[in-house]
Design a binder for this molecule. Sequence first.
Ligand code: ATP
Length: 372
Amino acid sequence: FVPWEDPDHPPFIEFRNVTKKFGDFTAVNNLSLKIYEREFFALLGGSGCGKTTLMRMLAGFETPTTGQIFLDGQDLAGIPPFRRPSNMMFQSYALFPHMNVEKNIAFGLKQDNMPAGEIEARVQEMLRLTKLEQFAKRKPHQLSGGQRQRVALARSLAKRPKVLLLDEPLGALDRKLREETQFELMALQEDLKMTFLIVTHDQEEAMTVADRIAVMDKGELVQVATPGEIYETPNSRFVADFIGDVNLIEAKVMETSEAGTRLKAGIGGYDIDTAQTTDASAGDTVWYAIRPEKVRIHLGEPGEGTVNQAGGLVWDIAYLGDMSVIHAKIGEGDHDVLKATFANVSRMVEQPITWDDKVVLSFDRDAGVILR
Ligand code: ATP
């Protein structure tokens, strides 16, 4: 079920030509985006790209300067935050320090005048969902960071909003807890069959939790796609560089055809033969983006007339446990390197590669993407 591939599928959340200015500064620039029911959707971008502003407009804490926002078919203009069918969980959690866990979770329900019996049942359900039963009577200062995070989550979910908005929800947790919590969030979203929208600057987090990711830069969407598409076929140098590690090879177009493209690398001067077609013409300069794990490395020198093979000298080896990253120098400059990784299964043992070794770096015809 991939609603975003069906142009007739109605979106659950829609930003339509939304612009937000703060004085002269444009934080969000004429942005349009559709998010579907039951999606786990991530807004990803560097500091100041406008992702939080976009979410705050959906929540009702900011008003668009121009444009419209729809949620479940309803135009949200003029609707105050507490009347919107969304709920936002803040990075700071904003728990009430003098109230215990139960009371924190019940707070919003009381404000809505829900009958006491129902509140009690709902609080119990939330405690169970977030595995907080044994902490019900504790106050926030008697909890760990991860437990506090779960209380904030339980409180945001208690009203059963149609959309949960998560603003850097895991920012305060250490790496291990963060990774565990990412999987808990995904399980929770599945169980509750809800739409989750998360704001994060952490690309691994977005890749882990999200069905689709919107990469933002300077108030605009750069690419909206699944994690796999974003990683395998980034649409720009910005995305290729922002998500994961990449070799960005400046190259000249030699020949184009329906069957693919011939390039010549600027540094190293090796020929690249790719199955990808391009609208660039012979003589144009393009970028060929290739992930380090798609570059093979072995001892030796490239043969005459080969393609997709560069010769280099091992310049740096970073041992990361599960894998090693090798920087092979292919040109004169300090940064004229190609990066290759290999999994540390047995290859190091079979064929040790070390500093100053002469190596061949090679890749398949469909390993990289041409970017303009
Ligand atoms: P971060 O991850 O650092 O929070 P972000 O992508 O979420 O970044 P926003 O918080 O959306 O960024 O801010 C986008 C830009 O708008 C920033 O340059 C910020 O300084 C500016 N901005 C946000 N809120 C206001 C405001 N109330 N008044 C003036 N400028 C603002």
